[in-house]
Design a protein around this ligand. Sequence first.
Ligand SMILES: Cc1cc2nc3c(=O)[nH]c(=O)nc-3n(C[C@H](O)[C@H](O)[C@H](O)COP(=O)(O)O)c2cc1C
Length: 214
Amino acid sequence: MMKKSIVTYETFHGSAKKVAEVIANQLGCKCINVDTPFEAEDLREINNVILVFNFRGPYTAQLTKLYLSRVKEQLKTKNVILVGEGLFSEKEFPIVAQEIYDNNPSRTFNKFFVNGQLRVDTLFPEERALLAKFSELTGMKITDMGELDLNKAEQVASEIEALVNSEEFNAPVEEVPESDTIWVCSVCGYEHRGDNPPEKCPLCGVPASKFNKK
Ligand SMILES: Cc1cc2nc3c(=O)[nH]c(=O)nc-3n(C[C@H](O)[C@H](O)[C@H](O)COP(=O)(O)O)c2cc1C
């Protein structure tokens, strides 16, 4: 049985949204803005998480990373696919992808790139300022650039469809048996279930030595 997928997108001028919709159409799944209140529990029935974001220099994938930090635990048993959309970042994409994966290890991890576009007259004032700085540093003139490559988006959508149907993506998830031991933080009362106490209390920050078995 094919497991369920979800596509999220982070967009400022709509290109990443278009790419996300092409992919979601192909998979016949939900497509939501990464900004939408969406909690970890919403991922319970989902096997494949496809994240589409655009490149914005130092702000690349900012909202996507925020979202990932909320669902970090759930991702360990999910297949994650990153789709980057930008003007010229295909070469740097692996670095961004590696950083995202290192912070949020998942069951499987794949990435795709789609060429984007920039239309100067649609930019927000703060984007103009950022690009002016970039222009000053690199000597590159900022004009209308690129063409959103929807053919590539369709090709990527087909490749993603093949992946989500693959054996690798549908192998049964190994259940980790839940431990019976509960550790209580002697300082703040935080409770942690597991064979060992956490390295540091996530509430008050004291070390593992301050935890006692319940
Ligand atoms: C402020 C700003 C910074 C950008 N930085 C990059 C970049 O570092 N690398 C890149 O390939 N494209 C960059 N772009 C181009 C965008 O990725 C491209 O315009 C994309 O199609 C925008 O997607 P959207 O329509 O979903 O907002 C930048 C665009 C803006 C406005």
